[in-house]
Design a protein around this ligand. Structure first.
Ligand SMILES: [Zn+2]
Length: 75
């Protein structure tokens, strides 16, 4: 099973994993609500690929610059 993390903002592929079996717990997916799962996970059975929406480092930095008050709170 191929697991691909793709940035939902710029579309860049962030990471790719190959798992012998799909373990939702190992990916942290078992903690998601059904709505979050539907939003984040897309499953392509034909290609045996699971795509997960995420954010790449560059876009996370961009978001922090867009939200300087939130950024200052964290740091
Ligand atoms: Zn990105």
């Amino acid at each position: 099973m191929r697991v691909v993390y793709r940035c939902s903002r710029c579309g860049r592929q962030i990471a790719e994993l190959h798992l012998p079996v799909l373990s939702e717990a190992a990916l942290g997916l078992d903690a998601l609500t059904p709505e979050e799962r539907a939003d984040i996970i897309s499953f392509d059975a034909a290609a045996e690929t699971v795509s997960l929406r995420s954010l790449c480092d560059r876009c996370v930095e961009g978001l922090e610059m867009d939200a300087p008050l939130a950024w200052r709170r964290v740091h």
